[in-house]
Design a protein around this ligand. Structure first.
Ligand SMILES: [Zn+2]
Length: 307
């Protein structure tokens, strides 16, 4: 009998173990293969990602550089715009100044054509005023300030506000200051002179201007007095009113026409003439007399006469 050799149990155990080992090895190999493939894919992906990133970076960078350039260009343009604006503003300012100058010139010209040049002319024994001269417009001074002698006092309407200010200020300071005489026509001046001449003879020349010589005909001159002195003008020099005028009249544009020891006329401490605030202040500051400065220098004040 063929005895089929019987395998022992140990054989089968070894056989199965070998089988399992082989299967395990195959599976492990398979896993390794799959894994390497996956790794490959991942690394490939990685590479493309890196590529993409590099491309992206460089694109972004170039775009950024491009933008930066544009920004610089834009800044430059903006700067140029600003420069243009500054230049334009300067031009506008310059134009404004020119217009201002032109307006000023027009104002000055207007003042020159509308301001009576006679108002700053010298009149005395050697300077003459035309017999037909009459101020453009005359006004009465406030009643409380005129000396009551049956006649109202008039003065150039343009000078009145300055005279009123002066009189009001003196009143506020408690000073007795009023007006004896203002505007006098050529005829009135002649009549007055005749009265004086009849009473005082040729000596009248020393205290009353001949016809045409008087500043009173201009309508800008006044003879001041006080209620206690009235027509007794020789007492005016030592009055409080006179002292006040010496200190304050220039602030209102008035100057004493014929101060003591002047070469043009007898000393008249009561006789004051309106020459404008600017010129009066100048004369006061420099301690000069109206009649002592050149006519051409006086004429430069004509445009500011009523300022
Ligand atoms: Zn006078």
């Amino acid at each position: 009998m063929n005895d089929t050799p019987k395998h022992s149990l140990a054989f089968w155990i070894v056989f199965i173990l070998i089988l399992l080992l082989v299967a395990g090895f195959i599976m492990q190999a398979y896993f390794m293969f799959t894994l390497s493939q996956k790794l490959n894919i991942v690394s490939q992906n990685n590479a493309s990602t890196t590529n993409a990133f590099t491309t992206f970076s460089s694109t972004t960078l170039s775009r950024f550089e491009e933008n930066e350039k544009k920004f610089v260009q834009f800044s430059d343009m903006l700067y140029e715009e600003q420069q243009v604006t500054v230049a334009l503003t300067d031009a506008v300012d310059k134009f404004k100044r020119q217009v201002g100058k032109l307006t000023g010139t027009v104002d000055t010209l207007e003042k020159l054509t509308t301001t009576d040049p006679e108002l700053l002319q010298k009149y005395s024994r050697i300077y003459f005023l035309n017999e037909h001269y009459k101020p453009a417009d005359l006004s009465f001074i406030e009643e409380k300030f005129d000396y009551v002698n049956g006649k109202e006092v008039t003065i150039s309407s343009e000078v009145l506000p300055f005279l009123s200010d002066l009189l009001e200020e003196a009143e506020d300071d408690g000073v007795d200051l009023i007006v004896l005489s203002g505007y006098r026509s050529f005829t009135e001046q002649g009549t007055l002179k005749n009265v004086y001449t009849t009473n005082y003879g040729v000596g009248a020349n020393r205290f009353s201007a001949d016809q045409g010589y008087s500043e009173h005909q201009l309508g800008t001159a006044v003879d001041f007095t006080s209620t206690t002195i009235g027509e007794n003008l020789s007492a005016f020099e030592s009055s409080e009113a006179h002292t006040w005028l010496l200190q304050n009249a220039h602030k209102y544009g008035f100057v004493m026409s014929y101060p003591e020891n002047n070469e043009f006329y007898v000393y008249e401490p009561w006789h004051w003439r309106f020459v404008g605030k600017k010129l009066a202040r100048y004369l006061d500051r420099e301690a000069k007399n109206f009649y002592d400065i050149e006519q051409r220098d006086i004429d430069t004040y004509i445009t500011s006469l009523f300022d």
